[in-house]
Design a protein around this ligand. Structure first.
Ligand code: FES
Length: 144
């Protein structure tokens, strides 16, 4: 292939590479559904069976800058984290046993603790209670 021909094809090759990267990125979090929770005084409620079926979900939280990542631990404890990286606010995505920020590479464990910077603070965590057939994320008590 001549240099001129290579240069002319370069944008096509580059777009294919980026399209592949985008689908890889989506694939990494494709198993985590987005749910629209029911607003409750001081919190957000989701159907317990739905969460138990998926094991984890992002909850749309209209009053927050990012969704809440809600998951059930191995011991059945529900953990709610604001999916907003404490470095500059991008949304970390679950990858295996951690949450990985796509912007600058910070990594958090599934309890929100920093495993790798540049973030230097844990993700904001909210208390969760089980009320009948629902899990309720208690936003009013604030994040820790
Ligand atoms: Fe997450 Fe920078 S915004 S690492």
């Amino acid at each position: 292939m001549r240099r001129r021909e290579f240069v002319q094809r370069l944008p096509v090759v580059a777009s294919g590479v980026f399209a592949g990267a985008a689908s890889l990125s989506l694939g990494a979090c494709a198993g985590v559904p987005y749910l629209t929770p029911t607003p409750r005084p001081g919190g957000l409620a989701v159907d317990a069976a739905t969460l138990e079926g998926s094991g984890a979900a992002f909850l749309r939280a209209p009053d927050l800058p990012r969704p809440i990542f809600l998951r059930l631990g191995d011991d059945g404890e529900a953990i709610a984290l604001l999916a907003s990286c404490t470095h500059r606010g991008c949304q970390p995505e679950p990858v295996g046993d951690r949450l990985v920020c796509p912007c600058h590479g910070s990594e958090f464990d599934l309890g929100g603790a920093v495993l790798q910077g540049p973030a230097d603070r844990p993700l904001t965590r909210y208390p969760v209670t089980r009320e009948g057939d629902q899990y309720v994320v208690l936003l009013e008590r604030g994040g820790a």
